[in-house]
Design a protein around this ligand. Structure first.
Ligand code: AMP
Length: 369
């Protein structure tokens, strides 16, 4: 991640990907204009890197010139576009290819078409390295595009944010800080995560995702995922990481507009914790805290056996399976305490007492975040 002025940007398109896109554009145009000498017209300032790399790769004779247009101030396209200046060359009767670094709303194209209107060119073609299909609002044809990108502000490779970032050899995308609260509710089986999550999701308007519940739903409905997960769950073992991570990602995506999430029973391994960080990062967000309910083993066994009388869960009914689930927690999951402690995000809470008292303790931690 990088910071330019007051904003953060994350890597988006690598130098290699840019080069590949330019190679493809060069190949197409070399094929289309091999029999003539085209005039490539770069639009400054943003296109200087693109034009430079493009013409170095262009295999046939060509002319290169620039026009200048300042269309951006900060991150928003300004409505009153400044005029294009600098077309001093006579291009009448020529094939002109405008090389743009980026086309978003298409406002610049209006100005480009205006200045070439009376220039009596043979053909005017428009090429852009980056193109935002969701933002483009004009009818002008764009003849060559490099990479289609999301409608988010980018910098690098000639493009700037208030004059910074032009020199970066790759493209970065703005990080929009989403004000989400994302909690990992942690603790061994029987610690009370599900019970507490039900109260906290109401209180803080968060979406509760319990991977155990999602697996049980799939088992009940006999889906392929359910059949696979059952063989592990019945023994009290963990379902393989990739299966669990894919499922979790899908659950998060289903709730794209959430204020935040309570993750219950996830992550349970280092690989899952890393995958969760990556997922949060993709959403320009992060895990705010891991809150762990701390309860002694013998109390856990007692609680789970008690719950087994009514929960209908096979893995709550058998003491051997229960003890194995607790062992798996200490062997494979408890290490995550270190993972979140290292990020100053671990909060231990006494998980013994009345349900209300424990909700209070958890709320005290959350309110301070
Ligand atoms: P729980 O409802 O959280 O106690 O989970 C019940 C069972 O589902 C666990 O014993 C595992 O077999 C499986 N499971 C739930 N969450 C995960 C996870 N994050 N990774 C792997 N297995 C999981």
């Amino acid at each position: 991640m990088i910071k330019l002025h007051d904003k953060y940007f994350k890597p988006y398109i690598t130098a290699k990907q840019i080069e590949k896109a330019i190679d493809a554009m060069v190949a197409k145009m070399a094929n289309d204009f091999a029999t003539e000498v085209p005039v490539f017209v770069g639009v400054l300032n943003g296109s200087f890197m693109f034009v430079s790399d493009f013409v170095k790769k262009y295999p046939y004779p060509c002319e290169v010139t620039f026009i200048k247009l300042a269309s951006y101030e900060g991150v928003k396209s300004t409505e009153d576009i400044q005029r294009l200046v600098g077309l001093t060359q006579d291009v009448s009767g020529r094939t002109v290819i405008v090389l743009e670094d980026i086309i978003d709303t298409g406002n610049t194209l209006v100005e480009i078409h205006r200045i070439f209107e009376n220039a009596h060119v043979k053909t005017l073609k428009i090429a852009t390295l980056f193109y935002k299909p969701q933002a483009y609002k004009k009818d002008y044809k764009i003849h060559y595009t490099g990479v289609d990108i999301a409608d988010k502000f980018i910098v690098g490779y000639g493009l700037d944010y208030n004059n910074l970032g032009r020199n970066l050899p790759e493209i970065y995308q703005i990080k929009e800080t989403q004000h989400m609260t994302n909690l990992v509710l942690f603790g061994p089986p029987g610690a009370g995560k599900g019970t507490q999550a039900n109260f906290l999701k109401e209180k803080y308007n968060l979406v509760h995702i319990s991977t155990g519940d999602v697996f049980r739903y799939n088992i009940k409905n006999e889906t392929a995922l359910g059949v696979l997960a059952k063989s592990y769950i019945d023994k009290g073992a963990l379902v393989p990481d990739q299966v669990t991570i894919d499922m979790l990602n899908a659950e998060v995506e289903k709730n794209a507009d959430a204020n935040g999430f309570i993750f219950d029973g996830f992550p349970r391994t280092n690989a899952q914790a890393k995958a969760l960080d990556a997922l949060m990062d993709e959403k320009d967000s992060q895990i705010n805290a891991m809150i762990a309910l701390e309860v002694e083993d013998e109390i856990l066994v007692g609680r789970l056996l008690e719950r087994g009388k009514t929960s209908g869960r096979a893995d709550d009914a058998d003491e051997t399976v229960i003890r194995n689930r607790i062992k798996v927690y200490y062997d494979e999951t408890a290490i995550l305490k270190d993972y979140y402690t290292a990020q100053n995000k671990y909060h231990g809470v006494d998980g013994v007492g009345s349900i209300e008292a424990i909700t209070e303790r958890l709320s005290t931690v959350i309110d301070k975040l």
